[in-house]
Write a protein that binds this ligand. Structure first.
Ligand code: CP
Length: 353
């Protein structure tokens, strides 16, 4: 069954330009903070359906034929960028990738000007990774295009959060209530941690964090989690653990004595895995530093669902891209009467056929 309920057309001239204040805002995925349980479960259900279709293979999909997706990655990525590209291609979209290296950003062009130029080429959805927290939200507020946050600074990484929830839903047989995830490592610099906490709390699970004091954000409990003084206490009786990498690219110097000490005190070892519940699994968002935050035997062991997370990332991103376009079509359908004769009317009319 196709993901979209409405046919879509190629982005018309003028699509993606500066948004007029009278126009309906587009659908964006900027973070999981404040998202409702139903909204999150709806996306997870759509991702499950995409995974069934992807695993079945066969006929290429054309759900997003005529839709243009631009991946604007101003920071390095392997999993997120490739899985978004695969997802867009699986659904028949046209995809272009922009990275900071090799673009005119190196000549001093601003983020805003760069994106205005990209959108002037006719773009329906932009997927943005940026080292500055808030960059995707800024673009969403200014431009007439759907924006998906692919990780911004230490703020959020909502598609990672959703694929983690998708993985945990499988592991936990569909039930979040009463479950507990231990999040261990560099919480302070982790956008993955923030999205995981917001998502899990919305679904009724609890999160306990553990890490060096220098790598815990001030007032971390205000995110909705509790803090354990040791990794052993965090993992004791937990239903899953997620190890987090030391984010050296976002770290001031002097926060850690050594990676060796970090590994000894906070690393996820086979002995610590045995502290968790019998069926508890090990997650890692990647990229992984083996022997630092997680032992190789654990990363490759039978409790590891790290590569399941990666597989789920493609299906989840299919669902998110489809939702951007579906929500956009629905919103413009609802508002098309109001927009007759005003900027954007041509966009809505052409999209609605
Ligand atoms: N989890 C994650 O964001 O990985 P990448 O940086 O490789 O995209």
């Amino acid at each position: 069954m196709p993901i979209l309920q409405h046919p879509v057309r190629p982005a018309p001239r003028g699509a993606g330009r500066f948004r007029h204040p009278s126009e309906a805002p587009r659908w964006h995925l900027l973070g999981l903070q404040g998202r409702s349980r139903d909204d999150i479960l709806d996306l997870l259900d759509a991702a499950d359906a995409c995974r069934v279709r992807l695993r079945a293979g066969g006929t290429p999909f054309d759900d997003l034929r005529g839709v243009t997706v631009v991946l604007a990655f101003f920071e390095d990525s392997t999993r997120t960028r490739v899985s978004f590209e695969l997802a867009a291609r699986h659904l028949g979209a046209t995809v272009a990738t922009l990275t900071a290296a090799g673009s005119s950003v190196s000549k001093g062009e601003s983020l805003f000007d760069t994106m205005q130029n990209i959108l002037a080429m006719g773009t329906d959805v932009v997927v943005v990774r940026h080292p500055s927290s808030g960059a995707p939200a800024f673009l969403a507020s200014q431009l007439d295009v759907s924006v998906v946050n692919a990780g911004d600074g230490r703020h959020e990484h909502p598609t990672q959060g959703l694929l983690d929830l998708m993985t945990l839903r499988d592991v936990w047989n569909g039930r979040f209530e009463g479950r507990r995830l231990a999040l261990v490592g560099d919480i302070a610099h982790s956008r993955v941690a923030r999205s995981a906490i917001f998502g899990l709390v919305a679904l009724g699970a609890s999160v306990v964090v553990a890490g060096p004091n220098t790598l815990l954000p001030a007032e971390v409990e205000r995110l909705g989690c509790t803090v354990a003084p040791t990794v052993d206490q965090a993992m004791d009786g937990a239903d899953a653990v997620m190890a987090l990498r030391l984010q050296r690219e976002r770290m001031d110097s002097g926060l850690l004595p050594s990676t060796g000490e970090f590994s000894k005190v906070w690393g996820i070892t086979p002995e610590r895995v045995r502290l968790m519940n019998r069926d508890a699994k090990v997650l890692h968002p990647g990229p992984m530093n083996r022997g630092v935050e997680v032992a190789t035997e654990v990363a490759d062991g039978e409790r590891s669902v790290i590569l399941d997370q990666v597989e789920n990332g493609v299906a989840l991103r299919c669902a998110v891209l489809a939702r951007c376009v579906e929500a956009d079509v629905a919103m413009r359908r609802a508002q098309s009467g109001d927009h007759a004769g005003r900027p954007g009317a041509d966009v809505a009319a052409r999209r609605l056929g």
